[in-house]
Ligand binder design. Structure first.
Ligand code: NAG
Ligand code: NAG
Length: 836
């Protein structure tokens, strides 16, 4: 039995034998594996090359510059130990290795130490320092009789890289068995998007790439050990079990599918190999009450901080949602050293519409005096009781060696959304044969790529960088040029704008159903040809939409600006507007109460994301039942937030803007004061909730004056305690009393006269989830009980809307009883032509 690297992993003879088939593979060229530009693998003190994990380490003589060194060979090497470790170079005086570098930038540096005894040198008593380019990186090594591999990640900025070994004291000497210096993949360490986690809340950690990082732990959470042989950068990953504080809190999850690497977003196979993303720990809820909340916690020993100041460590966490059945149901919080590091992490919304899509997040945290870094994950407030979960797929902890306080920039402003480093990488696969070979060696499997601009390694940054923060705070052309669709493609998709394919029309122009070349169904929104009126809105819409990916928001597929056309191409949402499913279309089957609740929950999630998912929230401004679309699986998708304005800036509480929105849904406060806040959306959403409950339009001019305005009418009945009297007849007998009560209350709170009194979308979401739970567990309305809900209900006093509908009669009605305010060039206000 032979012990391999510092983590005490055992490398048995079987392992060595297992390598043999792979060694053959190694000789087949695989152009898509990562090939470092600088790649020095050195067998120190030896007269022959040696290989380890398929990599050939060459003689050190040409890199070495000192006479006072000795080459030693182990005469009694342990059985099965790699030949590489049978020799060492020993230094009795300071001496350096020098490497001429082809490329400046981030490099990996590894030292292999395997002490043995030869010619009177007992290597495990060696005393020496190691400096790289003049900076001390190793001293006072704890040597045992095992292999010790020390890894550093550092930026090399000179053409000649020097590693100096300096014996300590009179009798001191240094030694080394093998060295690796190789170029890291591009953007392996980025200077932006790294969060400093600690007592001061949000701070950004700057200039990470100028730090020398020493790898302390590299963990394949929920999985097995990964050896350098199976890692894209020849790293070793070890299982997490020994670090779990409560083993019972976690349950391993394994996926059999290769991760869905994303084009320009998320992690790459070089950031961590597939196997890291294909396993995870999740909450073990077997021994607990279903809805109980707890964290999964790991403790990692690191260098203790002495004298009050901790030692900063880079904590790189890897995530890949291999546990959720659908998108946007997993919401969890991440803590480091008990400080919140990432709140309400929703992996679906930072990846592009697929599950099992790998991402990683970089944090910097200080170790405490006890020398522990603690990582916890636990369900967030946004998770529904049935779906509480939290995951972690991988963790790397690296000590920052050259600490420099100027790197920390304090940011007092609280950002609503935490920042994630989403590193994008694209690796093109061009031939099936090489892809197959790759799969064996690189573990890179099929990847859905829409655009591949470069072969091999260079990552394509469709979204302009690695962090969501950066993505959203730097609007600009960089983000969306990849979404351009040639006019000819749009012509063929819509059969040259065939009138029979029109599915809607609005102030902006017509909307056509179309099918792109790759068989993707789309909705094509074409501005009036020749009219450039809405150009600023057009660009706003592209800028906003190109950044937004969420299960409950309609996503932009592309756009076209050729021939003075303004065309936006959206994903096609099969069942169309919610409104059609509520009333006015006898042909469509009525939705059940559960379906309606789920649709409202989905739409609320989408809106909540718009409001909070960005540094500066986005206000929709035109929430109505025609702008909530339903897909085949009855999943709600909020549409038409193209004219959405960003939320208020730091010092303002509202955005002043021309009133836009739809009659019947319009926030009275916004209407009167022309002040837009996210609470205006909450108001409109309240109207939608009553529409869903009552199955009637927000405004129906054919009804009596008291009934015209749904919001007023419904609140009146609710205050009389007789909400069940105005429930959609299709729902009679379906709704449980407690669920109805919760739902009515929630809708009513949304309709509060003043924005400050209205709940946030997050509260609305929570309450709707709760109404759904009550529906699943509560009692039917018909079986009348008085104590219907077990929750302390704080029903606000009935609010009857102050502004009467007569204030708004200058607006016109469309034939659905819906009126558009400020139409003209407003292309976000798509009116469906369901009445045609
Ligand atoms: C590499 O991975 C494969 C598949 O996961 C596994 O069977 C094999 O044992 C691994 N090899 C090494 C040397 O870790
Ligand atoms: C999870 O851990 C954090 C940090 O230690 C703590 O604040 C939070 O209360 C924990 N959550 C639960 C449900 O225990």
């Amino acid at each position: 039995m032979f012990y391999f690297p510092d983590t005490g992993q055992k490398l048995s003879s079987m392992d060595i034998l297992n390598l043999i088939p792979y060694i053959l593979l190694f000789f087949i060229p695989y152009s898509f594996c990562f090939t470092p530009l600088d790649n020095y693998l050195i067998n120190c003190g030896s007269h022959a090359n040696a290989s380890l994990f398929n990599r050939v380490f060459i003689l050190d003589s040409t890199f070495f510059s000192a006479d006072d060194s000795i080459s030693l060979t182990n005469q009694n090497p342990p059985p099965y130990s790699p030949t590489l470790y049978h020799t060492a170079r020993v230094f009795t005086n300071s001496a350096s290795y020098r490497f001429s570098m082809k490329k400046n930038g981030i490099h990996f540096l590894r030292f292999h130490f395997f002490p043995f005894k030869a010619q009177g040198f007992y290597m495990n008593s060696a005393k020496f320092d190691v400096l790289v380019d003049g900076i001390l990186v190793l001293s006072d090594l704890k040597l045992t009789n095992d292999v010790l591999v020390k890894e550093f990640i550092l930026k090399i900025q000179s053409n000649l890289f020097e590693i100096l070994f300096r014996p300590v004291g009179n009798s001191g000497f240094g030694f080394v068995n093998a060295l690796e210096v190789f170029t890291a993949p591009p953007d392996f360490v980025l200077d932006y998007g790294t969060r400093l986690v600690g007592p001061n809340g949000l701070e950004m950690y700057k200039n990470l790439s100028t730090r020398i990082l020493e790898t302390i732990h590299r963990i394949n959470v929920g999985g097995l050990k990964i050896t350098p042989f199976n890692d894209t950068l020849w790293r070793t990953w070890i299982p997490d079990e020994d670090f779990l504080v409560f083993k019972n809190a976690a349950k391993a999850a394994v996926s059999t599918h290769t991760p869905n690497y994303q084009n320009g977003r998320g992690a790459t196979p070089e950031i961590a190999p597939d196997n890291v993303y294909m396993t995870a720990q999740q909450m073990n809820r077997e021994n607990s009450i279903l809805a109980s909340r707890f964290n999964i916690t790991w403790n990692f020993s690191v260098a203790p901080g002495g004298g009050g100041g901790g030692v900063p460590h880079l904590v790189r966490l890897h995530f890949c949602d291999i546990v959720s059945p659908v998108l946007n149901v997993l919401y969890f919080d991440v803590y480091i050293n008990e400080y919140i590091a990432y709140k309400d992490l929703d992996l679906s919304s930072i990846t592009v519409h697929t599950l099992a899509s790998p991402v990683y997040v970089d944090f910097v945290a200080d170790s405490d005096d006890s020398g522990v870094i603690q990582i916890s994950v636990g369900p967030s407030d946004l998770s529904s009781a049935m779906r509480m979960n939290a995951i972690l797929n991988g963790a790397e902890i690296m000590k920052v060696v050259n600490v420099n306080d100027s790197s920390i920039v304090h940011r007092k402003k609280k950002l609503g959304v935490l920042v994630i480093s989403v590193i994008g990488g694209v690796v093109g696969l061009f031939t099936i044969i090489t892809a197959f070979l790759l799969a064996m060696r690189c573990r890179k499997k099929k990847r859905k790529l829409r655009t591949v601009e470069s072969a091999g390694w260079t990552p394509l940054r469709v979204f302009g960088g690695s962090s969501l923060n950066r993505m959203l705070s730097e609007p600009g052309s960089r983000g969306y040029s990849g979404l351009k669709i040639p006019f000819s493609d749009i012509q063929s998709a819509t059969n040259n704008f065939d009138r029979s394919l029109i599915i809607g029309s609005g102030g902006f122009g017509m909307v056509y159903k179309g099918v792109l070349k790759d068989n993707v169904k789309v909705a094509v929104k074409r501005g009036m040809p020749g009219s450039r009126q809405g150009l600023p809105e057009f660009h706003t819409e592209i800028t906003v939409l190109s950044k937004i990916r969420h299960r409950h928001l309609v996503s932009l597929v592309g756009f076209c600006e050729e021939n003075s056309e303004m065309i936006l191409v959206y994903e096609y949402v099969e069942r169309g507007p919610l409104k059609r499913h509520l009333y006015g279309s006898a042909a469509l089957p009525p939705l059940s109460w559960k379906q309606r609740l789920e649709i409202c929950i989905g739409a609320a999630r989408g809106l909540h994301y718009l409001h909070t998912g960005f540094v500066q929230g986005i206000i929709h401004r035109d929430i109505k039942s025609t702008n909530i679309l339903i897909d085949e699986d009855h999943v709600a998708k909020v549409a038409d937030f193209g004219l959405s304005r960003s939320g208020p800036c730091m010092n303002e509480t509202h955005v002043s803007t021309g009133v836009k929105g739809s009659f019947g849904y319009l926030d009275p406060e916004y209407y009167r004061r022309q002040q837009l806040t996210d609470k205006s959306d909450v108001y409109s959403f309240g109207v939608v909730l009553f529409e869903v409950l009552c199955g009637r339009p927000a405004v129906d001019p054919q009804l009596t004056r008291k009934q015209v305005n749904l919001a007023e009418w419904a609140v009146e009945w609710l205050n009389k305690g007789m909400l069940e009297h105005i429930v959609d007849p299709h729902l009679v007998g379906q709704i449980k009393e407690s669920s109805l009560k919760k739902f009515g209350e929630t809708a009513e709170k949304c309709l509060a006269e003043y924005g400050v009194d209205r709940p946030t979308m997050g509260d609305v979401l929570w309450n709707l989830e709760y109404a759904l739970q009550l529906q699943e567990s509560g009692q039917l309305r018909e079986t009348h009980t008085d104590s219907s809900t077990n929750e302390a209900v704080n029903v606000t006093n009935g609010i009857v809307l102050g502004s009467s509908s007569s204030n708004r009669t200058e607006r016109y009605y469309d034939n659905n009883g819906c009126s558009e305010v400020g139409t003209s060039q407003v292309f976000s206000q798509l009116m469906t032509n369901e009445g045609r």
